[in-house]
Every structure is written in C-alpha cells, then in structure tokens.
Design a protein around this ligand. Structure first.
Ligand SMILES: [Zn+2]
Length: 493
C-alpha cells in the first residue's frame, strides 16, 4: 500500500477560496450506522459532506487538514439557550430559580433594549461556533417588539453559525403577540424563503391557567408551520396540568420540544412519548436552578428522544463538553442512589457515553426537525463538523474509547477545527477572522447600561442573594480539654 504524499498544511486565508476540504486520518464518530471509523478521511465539497472513509481520493486543489490524533464529530446542537442573557455572563452564578424570575421576568429584563439583545446574541453566537456548537436554538423570550427580534437576527447574520430563533416575549401574552400583525410582518419579512442557516420557532410556556389561553399561540404555530419549544416540568412553574391541557387540545405532536421536563408524572411522559415529542435536557441548569432532577434519567424508560442544552450563561457555562459530562454523571448518580435505596448495587451503567454524544448531535437535529440535514457525518448531509485535536494536551493522549473521550476527557481548548455549512470558521485552535474585540466592546456598553439602570446597590445585591444558613448540628465527637488523648499527644512535634 502506498502512502500519499502529505499535503502542505492549509493557511487560514485558503479557506476563503471555497476549495474542497479533506480531513485526513481522523477517528470519525459518524453518529450514523457506520459507527466509529479509525484512520478515516472526510471530504467536504461545497456545503456538503461528499465522502467518508479511509484513504479517500480527493479533488485536485482540496485543502487537507491533518486530523491524526484527533476525533472528528458532527457539530454539536444546542436546543435551548437564552442567548440574549449572555452579556451578563456569570452574574447570577449563585441564584436560585426565584432570583432568576425576579431579575428577568419582574424587574430588570424590562430595561433591556434591542442593542442589549444584539450584544448578548453576538457574544453567545461567537461562543457557540468557537466551541463546536454549530447549531444553536436561541430561546429568546425577551423580544418585547419585533424590533428586538430584528436585533436578535442581526447577530446571527454576522456570525457564521446555524441558528434557530425561538421567538418569545414573556412580558406579553403568547396568544396575543403570536397573532399580532407586527409579528406576522416580522415572519414574512425575515422567513419568506426556506433557510437552513436561520430558522424560526415559537417559544412560550404554559403555566396551566384553567382557561388554557395558550391555545391561540399553538394555533398560530400551526398556521405558520412553526415548531414550538416550551419549558415543561419546571417545579412550581409549569406542571402536569399544562401537559394535560396541551394533550386534550390535540396540540402535542412531533413538532414540540419540551425543555427540562424534569418534574412530570408518568402520564405526562407517556403523552410526550406517544405523540413523538422530544425533550431538551439542561443538566447544569436543573442541578442549580431546581426545575427537578435532570430528566434523561426519567425519560429513558419511555423512549423519549433527548437533546442537550445549556439554558443560560448568566448562571453556568455554555460549554457543551461540560453539558455532556454533567448529563452522563447526573444520570448515573440517580441510578446509583435509587439502587442504594433498594439496598442494591449497580453493576453496569445504563447510560453510555455514546448515548450522550448522540443526544448532543442527532438528538438535537431531531428536536429541530433537521435530522435529514445535520447531526451526523453522513455523505450528502450538510458539513457541520468539529475536529477535537490537541497534540500537546496530555488529556488527549491516548484516545482509546472515542465516545468516552469526547464526554469525559476533551474540553473546549481541544476544539481544533470547526466547519459550519462547509465553511471553516475555526482552524488550528483559532477562529478564522471573527475577532472578539468589537463584540466585547458592545457587551461592555450593554453591561454599563444595565448596571447604570440597576444602580450599584441593586447590582451588588442581585448578584449576591441572601443565604439561609445551614442549621448547626451539635457534634458529640469533639475532644474536650483534659481528655487523655489530647494531653498525651504533647507539644513535642
Ligand atoms: Zn430556559
């Protein structure tokens, strides 16, 4: 067997030429029936995956990326991210859900201007493509008027990722804004032609009011042919009552994504399963905010397809490796605890790293209704790819179990190359163009504005919610003076 002459490494400028791209000698996690391929090549021509396999012949002039020692995966897909909140990254790290609701829903969300939505979305969109999340659903519930929606879209037009705007406005009634002429105009102005780089869904919640006014919003979604994403099974906010209302009205089908779904009863899970719905599991969110236990553990036995999401960076990270890791760990943790309660021992973990990689890729594609387009490295699909490779990282050596390596070993610092729609947006660990500085300046302006609106006292107080201290427990095992052990130990050390 002859080894082809290695091609020279491409320069970042070469990617603007639109030449075919060949990844050489990668461990390819296809997330399709081909499974994992060792020492395989992937050829990208235009916006599509042209071929996958060992020793591929590539067209003349193809740019060749040495992927040896790396893992090539489909681009990750986040099905629920409040991108507009990213300008306040980390601000609410110690919040509980009630503090989040008060801050955004009752008080300070209302001071956000369209330019604040734009700044947050820009930063979040850049972070997505930088870290290998090639498709992100923006759960954008701060869109008080279509002008805010235009600002959200503007950010997506400037960052070369794949986005779906989940249009929402928690300050308005969804059955009203979804049927308002100005919203309908926004839809026809921006979504009059099919565009798989920029999609639209309706984003609203169903709190369970007896008259079920959200009926009008579901009808609008059907009329416009839009999918719906809704926070379901959120402890104290959206309950089984909402699922019952949706089910009885006939609105549950495979176009609905139920975010969290972490505190629902068996009947609700069965209704989601029976109607083909999907669940977006946001483990880091559920662990900190308390919507309920991260639901991958519960929904598995009903066969409900799951995807993964980060929710909001105002609290925790937007790091998808962290999301995968937390999801696998939380699922197993619950299995162990349930077994211990029965005085049993888990001898084989049920959720596998492979399952979580599937949730992070094809699971997301299914949730967005894009499973024929993205989510796997399959010839004919759109070329959304992530090369995880870092030749100097001890954590990337050796690679023995590729799925487990992605979930438990790799990190964002190992994202070497990112391709979206056939376009290289990151190569050799650096973004191609797309500097942070102009975006950081817009974010700084937004922070200064919001902080000015709050005033320094509120800014500080809302960042540091009061803590109810743990109840102190008397410890009977403390040595007391005169105890033989204490006096015998002496001071002669
Ligand atoms: Zn959310």
């Amino acid at each position: 067997m002859s080894t082809p002459e290695p091609a020279p490494a491409p320069h970042a400028d070469d990617f603007a030429t639109g030449r075919p791209i060949a990844f050489r000698n990668a461990t390819v996690i296809t997330v399709d029936s081909a499974g994992v391929l060792d020492h395989a090549d992937v050829l990208v021509v235009g916006d599509r995956i042209e071929a996958v396999g060992p020793g591929l012949e590539v067209p003349e002039g193809a740019l060749e990326i040495d992927a040896s020692g790396g893992i090539l995966t489909p681009g990750f897909i986040d099905t629920h991210r409040h991108m507009w909140q990213t300008a306040l990254r980390g601000y609410g790290g110690d919040w509980a859900l009630s503090q989040y609701f008060v801050f955004y829903y009752l008080q300070w969300g209302q001071v956000f201007r369209p330019e604040d939505i734009y700044a947050g979305n820009l930063l979040s969109a850049l972070e997505s493509v930088d870290t290998g999340v090639t498709t992100t659903l923006d759960w954008s519930h701060g869109l008080r008027t279509p002008e805010y929606g235009e600002a959200a879209l503007q950010a997506f037009r400037e960052i070369p990722g794949r986005f779906v705007l989940g249009y929402g406005n928690y300050l308005g009634a969804p059955w009203e804004w979804a049927n308002a002429p100005e919203f309908r105009r926004f839809v026809t102005d921006n979504f009059n032609a099919p565009n798989d780089m920029l999609g639209l869904q309706l984003a609203f919640d169903v709190p369970g009011a007896p008259e079920f006014p959200e009926r009008g919003a579901f009808e609008a979604a059907r009329e416009l042919g839009l999918r719906v994403t809704t926070h379901a099974g959120v402890w104290g906010a959206t309950t089984d009552t909402a699922i019952t209302q949706m089910y009885d009205a006939g609105f549950m089908d495979d176009t609905i994504c139920y975010v969290h779904s972490s505190s629902l009863n068996e009947q609700s899970y069965q209704k989601i399963a029976a109607t083909g719905g999907t669940v977006s599991v946001a483990t880091e969110s559920e662990q900190s905010a308390g919507q309920g236990y991260p639901s991958s553990w519960a929904i598995r036995k009903y066969g409900i397809p799951a995807s993964i999401s980060m929710d909001t960076s105002v609290w925790w990270s937007a790091d998808f490796f962290s999301a995968m890791r937390a999801t696998l760990s939380a699922d197993r943790s619950r299995d162990h605890l349930e077994a211990h309660a029965r005085n049993e021992t888990i001898v084989a973990n049920r959720l596998r790293a492979e399952d979580v990689v599937h949730m992070a890729t094809m699971g997301g594609a299914k949730s967005l209704g894009m499973e024929d387009l993205i989510g796997s490295i399959t010839p004919g699909k759109k070329a959304d790819l992530v090369l995880i490779k870092n030749d100097e990282s001890p954590a990337m050596t050796p690679i023995l179990n590729p799925y487990a390596h992605v979930v438990f070993q790799a990190g964002t610092a190992d994202v070497h190359t990112v391709v979206v729609d056939g376009k290289v947006v990151k190569y050799d660990g650096k973004r191609v163009g797309l500097p942070l500085a102009p975006i950081a300046a817009k974010v700084a302006d937004s922070v200064e504005y919001v902080r000015g609106q709050l005033g320094e006292d509120r800014w500080f107080a809302d960042m540091h919610p009061e803590i109810t201290p743990d109840e102190e427990i008397e410890n009977p095992y403390k040595y007391t003076e005169g105890d033989a052990h204490v006096t015998a130990s002496g001071d002669d050390r």
